[in-house]
Design a protein around this ligand. Sequence first.
Ligand code: AMP
Ligand code: ZN
Length: 114
Amino acid sequence: MSDCIFCKIAKGEIPSKKVYEDDKVLAFYDIEPAAPVHVLVIPKNHIGSINEINNENSSIVAHIFEVINKIVVELNIADTGYRVVSNCGDQGGQTVGHLHFHLLGGRNLAWPPG
Ligand code: AMP
Ligand code: ZN
């Protein structure tokens, strides 16, 4: 989508601090980190949120989790633990309308979230 900030990041039109990239997925550091490790993992193709995952596009989600598995090893949080979150919609706290998975780690994370 032309006015989507994460589509622009995926195309390199807005800079990001990349952690991982392939033809389908980009992972980059969140600009307002909520934990010592705070990475966002996005599909390069625009999907608005979890609500838009369907039979045609759902394979990207499996791929994203394989990518997360690599990143946590590289960033040394695989053994200490981490959390993967995708906020959906207003009450879910979603502020960017392009599917993304927050990868949070490097400290003890409280549960339940606010
Ligand atoms: P959410 O609120 O779940 O939709 O998550 C959106 C996340 O994107 C927030 O944690 C923001 O800090 C982050 N964010 C917004 N703009 C950028 C950007 N240009 N580069 C990196 N992270 C961003
Ligand atoms: Zn987008």
